[in-house]
Design a protein around this ligand. Sequence first.
Ligand SMILES: Cc1ncc(COP(=O)(O)O)c(C=O)c1O
Length: 306
Amino acid sequence: MGIKKVDSIWLDGKLVAWDDATDHMLAHTMHYGVGAFEGIRAYQRADGRTAVFRLREHIDRLFDSSAICTMDVPFTRDQVIAGCAEVLRANKMAFAYLRPLIYLGSGALGLGSFEPPVRTMIAAFEWGAYLGDDGLKKGIRCMIGGFTRANGNAVMNKGKICGQYVTSVLAKRMALKSGFDEALMLDPQGYVAEGTGENIFVVKGGVVRTPPTSAAILAGITRDTAIQLLRERGVEVREEMIARDELYTADEVFLTGTAAEITPVREIDHRKIGRGEWPITFGVQDAFFQIVKGSDAKHDHWLHFV
Ligand SMILES: Cc1ncc(COP(=O)(O)O)c(C=O)c1O
């Protein structure tokens, strides 16, 4: 799915024309992957207003990821939040996927050099349902990917860091080439970790489980949203490790993520999941869409109106 060009991109505090938002071939991040990014969605609600979902939490995570990368962001959190709103307004977008990126520009290529400038970019563009509209309604097909989510001494799992996405990209490409929609990643002990760009939930006997944030996963903001919405609906949610074969015997499995939203999984490794019905998944998916696209006002504290 190609990116549809819009007018401008926010770069280092200013709006610049889309085609001028470029960098040098020797930008440090392009070579070594030390950079932090976010994926954020702005939705148009039933009343026509545009709202960015859990913007502050995303920007907090962006700053956490930057700190992990030893990058001092040359803007405040509030300035980056304002930049997200500005780029939406400048491009007259009622809904969009927002991609902020903090990265190291050009000037030196030594691994440990602190010379390259820390640059800040925010782009907005249209991005439909990441795992397909059909996927949202009918569920997707997954395989267990061949790459492991590494332990915390090899990979900074709590950061959304550019170079760490190599195994996600390779696992996802392998899944697509093999005829699946998504790859699921295990941790070094063989426990279920997450999708290549999503967190995972498993339902059995009415109880929902998801790996804890101490596992080798990104602490997803949609994951946290789903947990809160499920608990509000009286569903028991446990944060605990999940064995690979518990996926195969689950009643329901679903993935959460800003891009993927809340997507049911209908098949894993050629095994059909449950009875192909997702009462709990669709309950939480509906609650989520009511907040971001509908008129549920109880969760307005999660919305940043633009
Ligand atoms: C590896 C990984 N896990 C989980 C998620 C889901 O996180 P969130 O719900 O904050 O988008 C993402 C997406 O950002 C991701 O890249």
